[in-house]
Every structure is written in C-alpha cells, then in structure tokens.
Ligand binder design. Structure first.
Ligand SMILES: Cc1ncc(COP(=O)(O)O)c(C=O)c1O
Length: 457
C-alpha cells in the first residue's frame, strides 16, 4: 500500500514515526486470499480444522475448526462464531452494525437531517475493533505520539491516560485545569493549544464527556464555546488539531440541561482541520466490562479528497495502518463477544438495546440525583463537588486536607471506600466517588459518614 491519499491529508504529518512506519504487510493475507480463490487444497490457514465427525462422537460431517467438545456446554453459539480468529480489524458485520449504531447515537433526524446523516456515514472510517476502549486509546496515542510529544488533556482525567502516554509511550501530557468558575476551562484549553503549537506541528487532545472522574458534561452553550475556541485556535496556528474523543460513558447522561450525544458529532461537522477520532465500546455502553470490545472511528473531512475513489482509498489506508497496529499488539479482538454483540443487535435490535438499557440508566440516574442532593446538604467550606451530569462518578474537592490522608481515615474509622486523587503539580486534591456501584438506599449513610469524617479534621 502506497498511502498516497493519506499523505496528502493533515493526518499524515500528525502521525508519529511509528504511525508513519506501520502498515499491515500483505504476506499471509495475500497468499491465503489467493488460495481461497485459486487452490483446490488449502494449506494456508493457520488454525486447525477438520471434519467434526472425526474428532467428536456423533459429530457432523462438516468441516469446522477443531475444538474441545465441552466448550459447547457453555454457549449456544455455533463453534464457527466463537472458535476461529476474527478478522484483524474485526468481524465485517459487526463493523457495519457499529456504523449504524454511530448513526443512531448521532440523534440526527432521519427526515429533516438526512444531509448530515449522509455526511456522517460517508466521512467516517469503518470502525476497527479493539480490545476495549483502553486498547483504542493506546493504539491511537501510539499512532500519533512520538516519545517526547505532547497530548493535551484536562487535569481531571482517567489516570490510565498518564500510564499509557507517559509511562508506556514516553510522551507527555500538557495539563490544564478542568474547571474555571464551575465551567469547562475553555481558556485553559486554548492556552495549552497555543503553548504546544510553539513546539509541535500538530495538536493532539484527549477529551470525553461524561468525564471520569468528575461526571461533567457541557451544556450546549459550553460546547459551543469549546468549539469556537478550537476553531479560533486552529485558524491562528494553522496546524491540525486531532481530538481523541473518549466516549467510554457516552449514554450515561442524567440531566436535561446538558448535551445528549458525544462531542464527536459536532466536531465531525466542522470544515476546519479539527479531526475527531471516536473511541467507544461495549464496556459501559452495553454493560459488558469483561467483553473487551472497543472501536476506533476516524472522522474525515470532505475537502481532503477529490472524489469517492480517493475517499475509499483514504479509508483503506487508515484501516491498513490501524490493522497494522492491531496485528502487532493484540492480533485481533475477542471473537465470542463480537458475535454476542451482533446477535444482540440482530435479535432485539438497536432500539431494543436502548430500551432495555433505559432501566439501568434510570437506576444510575436515581443514584446521581441522590448523591448530589445529599452533598448539597453538607455545609462545609472545605469541600466542593465538581459540576456533574452523567457517567459513573462524582468528584469532591478537598481544601486543607490531604485526599490520601482523608481517604485513609474514612476507610479506617468509617469503613467507607473512595479513590483519593492527590496531584499537587496538577492542582488536584479530592476524592472520586463511584456512585455507580452504591445502592441508592445506602447513599445517605455513605455521604453522612463522609460528613462525619470531614468534621474530624
Ligand atoms: C474515561 C475512560 N476511558 C476508558 C476507559 C476504559 O474502557 P475499557 O474498559 O473499554 O477499556 C475507562 C474505564 O474505566 C474510562 O474511565
């Protein structure tokens, strides 16, 4: 693959050395593909196959992957749906379904926003399947960041970003304070962009709402401020801004005051080279934490290509690079859970999935309302709860008390567990409360114990 089209887009210069280097060599795939069409006897497939009757008592005269009979006790799936390798980039049918799922999540209206739907459908890559959102974050960071490069992120973020970016890749995170006046710190983000643009030809940002650990989601006005700031910054610096949109908690929005879909969609609409990459998955969205299936979808810009041929080539080139990353790290994602999602979509439909999940969202919403209400009752200048409207967590800032010390005291004396986050260099000192795992009836007691513990200081 020559990567002719991607080289003409701003994406190419934004790639890391590894990202520029990586591709999926044809080798095995070339020969097995040819053999499928041309060979009479196949000796290319690197997984063991045979007639079922030859290795299972009472088996059929069918050519199947060799498997252990007992695995059938644990699943209704046909062995072909779980035993063989999935394709590197994922099961084709699942990838197509996920495009439909993305279109659904865009909440564009089929009757009045057909143009937007068409643009979305045409100008995204076919999602590639990863081993969970974490793996998607890692792959995209590797594709974009050289050791020493900067990625911009608000200070209140999932701690694993630091592990992936700084410890594993050796790149750096340029932090800015998440909040300014209880709102998303748009100026902080803009200043970070300007600062990094002095030392880097590309701007990479990681953002996602609902956020972990705060649960923050912008309202429409705040989102517009974010978008305007990005547009202004991109125009001033004339460098591509790539935004990794971490949509791990996408559907968990409990307030009517805030936006009710991923910022990916708004970013995708922009003409400027503000390039969103959507990272989502079944983990929280379909409540399958252990399934380890995520997706990477690139938002593309119409002005990058002259015609549909170039667009198809560009998608294939990006797909090839991502496949190269997948092949060299996880090889391919879990087949069983890919089949499971496909079945779920086929059997109950996407609307069925949304409807069934509604009960879960409702349960979490009650906890969200309860925990916020309980904290509002506490009159204590030493704490403040960050603005939150969704997700699985709230974040309580602590003044004058070390968060680690407080969490330790809370656990020892009051038998209440929370996650302290104390990073002086990043201006954070507080506790993350995962109300997603606290029964609503226990929340008053939970908060009351925190209140009592606070009084000990
Ligand atoms: C913000 C954020 N992104 C990504 C992930 C990871 O998702 P996955 O389990 O699909 O790898 C998490 C999980 O806690 C998270 O909080």
């Amino acid at each position: 693959m020559e990567f002719e089209i991607i080289k003409k887009t701003p994406l190419y210069n934004a790639l890391s050395e590894q990202g520029k280097r990586i591709y999926l060599p044809q080798g095995v795939f070339h020969w097995s593909g040819r053999a499928k069409k041309e060979a009479e006897i196949m000796g290319t497939l690197g997984s063991a196959f045979g007639f079922e009757e030859d290795f299972i008592e009472g088996g059929a005269p069918e050519w199947v992957p060799l498997y252990l009979e007992d695995i059938k006790n644990y699943t209704k799936f046909n062995v072909n749906e779980i035993v063989p390798y999935s394709k590197i980039s994922g099961l084709e049918d699942l990838r197509k379904s996920w495009i439909k799922w993305l279109l659904k999540k865009s909440i564009y209206k089929i009757d009045s926003e057909q143009e937007k739907l068409n643009k979305l459908e045409n100008f995204i890559t076919t999602p590639v399947v990863t081993a969970g959102v974490t793996n998607g974050i890692f792959l995209c960071c590797s594709l974009l960041l050289n050791p020493g490069d900067f990625i911009i992120s608000p200070n209140k973020r999932w701690g694993n970003y630091d592990n992936i970016v700084e410890k594993l890749i050796g790149a750096k995170i340029k932090s800015f304070d998440f909040f300014s006046d209880k709102k998303f710190n748009v100026n902080g983000m803009k200043n970070a962009i300007y600062e990094i643009s002095k030392v880097q030809e590309k701007i990479i940002i990681i953002l996602g709402f609902p956020n972990n650990p705060t649960g923050y989601i912008p309202n429409q006005e705040e989102l517009e401020e974010i978008i305007d700031a990005l547009k202004e910054a991109q125009k001033t610096i004339s460098k591509p801004i790539i935004i990794l949109v971490d949509d791990a908690y996408e559907p968990y929005v409990y307030s009517k005051e805030v936006i009710n879909r991923s910022i990916f969609y708004e970013l995708h609409e922009l003409e400027e080279d503000i390039i969103p990459i959507k990272l989502d998955g079944i983990t929280k969205e379909l409540l399958l934490y252990g399934g380890r299936i995520g997706f990477i979808t690139f938002g593309l810009k119409p002005h990058w290509v002259k015609n549909s041929q170039e667009l198809t080539t560009l998608k294939a080139e990006i797909d090839n690079k991502l496949s190269g990353m997948l092949r060299t790290t996880i090889s391919n994602a879990n087949h069983f859970y890919q089949s499971l999602i496909l079945k779920l979509f086929d059997d109950i439909g996407m609307d069925g999935v949304i409807e069934k999940r509604e009960k879960v969202i409702h349960l979490l919403k009650e906890r969200y309302e309860k925990i916020n209400a309980e904290f509002r009752k506490i009159k204590n200048e030493n704490i403040s709860v960050d603005s939150n409207a969704g997700g699985f967590f709230i974040f309580v800032n602590l003044n004058n008390i070390s968060a680690n010390h407080f969490a330790d005291h809370l656990l020892k004396k009051y038998k209440v567990g929370v996650i302290p986050i104390e990073k002086q260099h990043d201006n954070i000192n507080g506790i993350r409360i995962a109300y997603c795992s606290i029964d609503v009836r226990k929340i008053p007691e939970f908060v009351s114990r925190i209140d009592q513990a606070l009084r000990d200081f």
